[in-house]
Ligand binder design. Sequence first.
Ligand SMILES: [Zn+2]
Length: 90
Amino acid sequence: MKLLNKCPICGGVLYTDTLYQFSYIQKINKSGKENKTRKKTSSGSMECYAIYCENMDFQTNYDLEVIEPKDFNESIYRYNDIFYLKGGNV
Ligand SMILES: [Zn+2]
C-alpha cells in the first residue's frame, strides 16, 4: 500500500470533499405543531469523504470508490485519518 497524497494519474493536488449529514430534531408541541426551535445534530459516523484531483482526472464518490478514471484498479481506504491506495492485484 502507498500513501495517497497526490493524484495517482497526473501527480496533481488532491482535495477532499467532506459531506456531513445533519439532522434536525424538532419537538412537536401540545398543539400538534412542530416547535420553532430546532436542534441540529450530527452523527459523527455519517461523515463521508470524496477525493478529487485539481485536474479532475481522478475522482471518487463518497464511498471512496474511484469513478474517474474508469479503469483504475486500486482501491482507496482511510486509516488513522490518512488515505492510502491499495493495488487491485496485490
Ligand atoms: Zn490528476
